[in-house]
Design a protein around this ligand. Structure first.
Ligand SMILES: Cc1ncc(COP(=O)(O)O)c(C=O)c1O
Length: 219
């Protein structure tokens, strides 16, 4: 057994995926940008005035009073059960018809993207993303050993024609097709564009034809 220099600590035990990202700021160096005119293109920072601080404080207070034994317990309580129904109602308001048993609640989009990757990806599988895209998602795809390729974005969102050409040429030469296409169709990060309806429909047709999953990120 090789003796490690104690001053190395435990870094030599880190996984390759961690080692590869060491030394680079995971979410970019936006914190060091002091110019007031600079627009950080990493996170889609929510508008602070839109934070429902008072409503959240009141809801937390009410929940802890009404379900003191269960609110913080594993599995939640009555309200946790009701949350999926609430998600279904809100989705329906936006034209998405889904059932509560198809809703999986996560603590944020990052976790949801990771869960989708765990569900569908083997190392080496290909993920198509919009170019440019949200870099947090790129980090997750890389952590799952995915090969990431980009398709350009224009004023109407993902260039679905370019994607269709790419998929067709893969089919012609018998190359592997992507498992996932990751898209941010509304107010895309970082470009801010929204995907045209006909492109959305075309993307779904392509997903059926070439058998891939569309991972829609709608923050
Ligand atoms: C497109 C997109 N997806 C996901 C996230 C992260 O979401 P969450 O904080 O819910 O994990 C961001 C944050 O900026 C984002 O812009």
């Amino acid at each position: 057994m090789t003796q490690q220099d104690p001053s190395d600590g435990i870094e030599h035990l880190f996984a390759d995926t961690v080692r590869d990202t060491m030394g680079s700021a995971v979410y970019g160096d936006w914190r060091s940008i002091h110019n007031a005119d600079a627009v950080p293109l990493a996170f889609g920072f929510p508008y602070p005035e839109s934070f429902p601080n008072e409503e959240l404080a009141a809801a937390t207070d009410s929940l802890l009073s009404s379900e003191p034994e269960r609110a913080l317990q594993y599995g939640g309580g009555d309200h946790a059960d009701g949350l999926r129904d609430l998600v279904v109602d809100r989705a329906r308001d936006r034209g998405i018809d889904c059932a509560a048993e198809t809703v999986h609640v996560t603590n944020g989009a990052t976790r949801a993207i990771d869960t989708v990757c765990r569900t569908f990806l083997e190392p080496g599988d290909e993920v198509v993303v919009e170019a440019p895209t949200f870099m947090g998602a790129l980090g997750i795809f890389r952590n799952h050993g995915a090969a990431v390729t980009g398709v350009t974005v224009d004023e109407e969102g993902l260039d679905v024609d370019a994607l269709a050409d790419d998929l067709a040429s893969r089919a012609r030469c018998g190359a592997a097709q992507p498992k996932l296409v990751y898209t941010i169709p509304d107010f895309q990060n970082p470009t801010g564009v929204t995907m045209a309806t006909d492109r959305r429909e075309r993307l779904l047709d392509l997903a059926e034809r070439y058998d891939f999953v569309v991972l829609e990120d709608d923050p």
